[in-house]
Structure formats: C-alpha cells, structure tokens
Design a protein around this ligand. Structure first.
Ligand code: AMP
Ligand code: MG
Length: 407
C-alpha cells in the first residue's frame, strides 16, 4: 500500500505542462498566459468625456448656480466615434456624448443633468470642478505597460483587457484533451433500456464533467465491455486526440478486471493499493508512442470521482500551468463525529457551510463508494488524515472545497 501523497508525487513527476500555443482570444479564455502582454498604446487612447453633457471652458461656468446660470451658445455636437474637429472658443460650448473625443480648448464637461439640455444655447445651473468628467488618455494604462503577466489566469476581465490593448491572439498553455472511457460489461448508456443485472454508466458522464470543470477539453468515449481486445483497440484509437486517458473500472482483483491486464500489456502502467478511502485501487502510467499519461480509476462511482479529485485534477491543472494544483482547503468544525480507518486517508462527503462566521461541516452520506446520491449532496470533502481514526463533533477537520462549475 502506498500513501496518497506518494501516488500523487509519482503522477506529478511524469506530468508536464503542455507546450504553449498561440490561440484566438476566446479560445484562450480559462487558460494560463505564457507571455507578457504589453500595451502598444495608452488606454484611454485619447481624452474623452465621461458623461453626456457640454464641453466647456471652466472659466466660463465657474460661477454658475441656480440663481445665476451661465448661458452659453452651443456651437456643435460631438458624438462617440469620429475624431472631434471642434474647438471650444471662449464664451461658447459644444454638446458632447459619453466616450466622445474632447474638443480642443475645453477643460471640463458639464453633465446634461446640470443644464436645461439646450441645443442652440444651454443654461448651466451648477459649476463643475476644473477638469471634471474628462477621462484622460493613459489614465488606465500607459503605452509600454505590461498589462498581463506571464502566468496570469485568463478570466473574463483579463480577456477584456487583452482585447482592449488590441490582442486578438494570445500565447497560452492549451487545455489538455482528456479522453474518458468506462469499462464494464454490465454498463448501459443512460436513457437506454436496462436489462436485468445491468446498470447505467454514470462514470463516463461524471468524469467527463469533472475534466471540463478542471479546465480540460473532454471527450466522452463511453462504454467499452470487459473485453481485452476491444479495450486495447479503443485506447489505441483514442491516442491521436488524447493528452490524457482516463478509464474507470476493471482495476481491482476480480476475474474480469481487464483494464489492469490491458494497460499492463500495452503501456507502462502500475497498479497499486493507495491508502485512501474511497478509491483504494489505482492505476497510473503511460501508453503509446508519445507516452500519453493514463489513469486507471476504480469503478465505483464515488471512488472514481474522489480519485479524480485526488489525482487527475491536480495533473490536469499542472498541464494547464495553473496554480495552485489543489482545491482550496479550509479548516472547519464538524457538527457530527467522523470516523476513518487507521492508516488510510478518508475523503468524506460533507456539506460545508458557515455558522456564526466559522466554517462548519455536516456529513451528508455514508461511506459506501457506491453512494453517488450522497456525493451529489456534498459540496466539500472532509479529509481525515492517515493517523486519525475519529474526529469528535466540535473538533476541527480539513476540508477540500468542491466548486463544480463548468467551462
Ligand atoms: P469494477 O472496478 O469494474 O469492479 O467496478 C466496481 C463497481 O463499480 C461495480 O459495482 C461496477 O458495476 C461499478 N461500476 C463500474 N463502472 C461503472 C460506471 N461506469 N458507472 C457506474 N458504475 C460503475
Ligand atoms: Mg468492472
């Protein structure tokens, strides 16, 4: 038996970050940048109005009030879009829209709400501060600024900023392509009629979704029966599009555990008992001409998902170049006693909440590795370490926070 940490270390020693690639802006969303993005020009690119109103010379309006409005002839209109050809002469003003280029000569914008909205001439009843309502060129970003550093995770704001500085392509680590295969002659595709003794394949949908949640591109191959020839042929076929292969089932000691047999033959894959619950039997290694990493996860649905959390997700994060590899961990108090076999790390399905400003977990499921409904109720996994057999109610426990948002 090897420890969870030792098994993970062995996996991470084999897994390499994917080589950077230039991708279109939207394809780079969710990826990690491997170049510094430099602004070629300032942002804003020119002085422009922050409001709809009137571009004025401050001297002409500095005394304006309800009682003695400043009344100025309006000599033109400037909208967002074209460069302003206008100049504001003393005693005059120009109507201006949000985002429109400031006309020369003006040094403040009076919001339309402080005026009568006049078109030929405008009556201004409040004095703005000098320079007010002007967005200055370079106030956000200066030409030559590094706006996004290599290593940045590209979320929505980062994608927007990259676009704003003119980038339609970015150099990033691409998303790993994960091929998911379920093995088992008892399996039926969801939605198909179930014959007696058969069960629905829930692992390939769950693991495909988990891979997407981890930031990968996932291909669900679906069900392969416990037939060594068919399994070998399927895996070899899939190698062309896989950065990682994930199988479920067939890794324990049953008579038809073909994954073990096939992967040991066509790849360099070892099968171990890992000191954890659930998820004890684990296969990991490489197959094919490119030494593609392959995970042979156990078949029980909760074991498969917990194994994914413990081993596959950190590996995918490493391929993405993302940090940290692990889920966020918090310390919580358990509302009920937790038990765990001595010598094994337990991952217990819990509901994590906050009570009076402190994290609290409540078990939501038994420990059976077939109890998928409990896994679906859990939003976190309490991790009871190898040397602990019991955590009493009211005692602290470490918790992995599961956030299951896709894409
Ligand atoms: P195995 O590791 O193949 O012996 O499978 C262990 C248990 O998990 C058995 O009860 C299987 O029927 C079940 N199982 C295996 N693969 C799946 C799957 N893809 N979806 C749901 N249950 C599965
Ligand atoms: Mg099986």
């Amino acid at each position: 038996m090897i420890s969870v940490q030792a098994h993970l270390d062995r996996i991470l020693a084999v897994i390499e970050p994917l080589s950077p690639l230039q991708l279109g802006l939207m394809d780079a969303h969710g990826c990690v940048l491997t170049e510094d993005v430099v602004a070629p020009a300032p942002l804003p690119g020119f002085d422009n109005s922050a409001v709809d109103g009137y571009a004025v010379r401050w001297d002409d309006v500095s005394g304006a009030s309800e009682h003695s409005p400043a009344v100025l002839p309006v000599t033109g209109d400037v909208a967002a879009g074209p460069a302003s050809p206008l100049r504001v002469q003393p005693g005059l003003c120009v109507r201006i829209m949000t985002g429109a280029m400031m006309p020369a000569g003006a040094d403040a914008v009076v919001p339309v709400e402080w005026t009568d909205g006049g078109v030929a001439s405008v009556s201004i009843t409040r004095a703005p501060a000098v320079g007010s309502n002007i967005r200055r060129s370079g106030e956000d970003v200066q030409a030559g600024d590094v706006v996004l550093e290599a290593g940045s995770h590209l979320g929505s704001a980062q994608i927007g900023l990259a676009a704003a500085v003119g980038r339609s392509r970015l150099i990033v680590r691409p998303r790993p392509r994960v091929v998911v295969v379920s093995t088992g002659s008892e399996l039926t595709e969801a939605g198909q009629p179930l014959l007696p003794g058969r069960i629905v394949d829930s692992n390939s949908p769950a693991l495909t979704a988990a891979a997407i949640e981890a930031g990968a591109i996932a291909y669900r191959v679906g069900i392969v029966p416990d037939d060594p020839r068919e399994l070998a042929a399927t895996l070899e076929d899939q190698l062309v599009r896989a950065d990682v292969l994930v199988t479920s089932g067939g890794v324990s000691v049953g008579a038809y555990d073909v994954v073990k047999e096939v992967l040991s033959r066509i790849g360099t894959v070892s099968f171990d008992k890992v000191a954890m619950q659930p998820g004890m039997p684990q296969g990991f290694g490489t197959i094919g001409p490119d030494s593609t990493p392959v995970f042979g996860l156990p078949g029980n649905p909760v074991s498969a998902l917990v194994s994914f959390e413990a081993f596959v997700r950190p590996a995918l994060r490493k391929m993405l170049g993302a940090t940290p590899l692990e889920r966020p961990r918090v310390r919580a108090v358990t509302s009920a006693a937790l038990t765990s076999p001595l010598g094994k790390r337990s991952f217990l399905r819990v509901s994590l909440g906050v009570e009076q400003g402190a994290y609290v977990v409540t078990p939501v499921s038994g420990t059976g590795s077939h109890l998928l409904a409990g896994m679906a109720r859990a939003n976190a996994l309490a991790v009871v370490p190898e040397d602990v057999e019991r955590v009493a109610a009211g005692d602290p426990v470490e918790v992995l926070v599961l956030e299951r948002r896709g894409r």
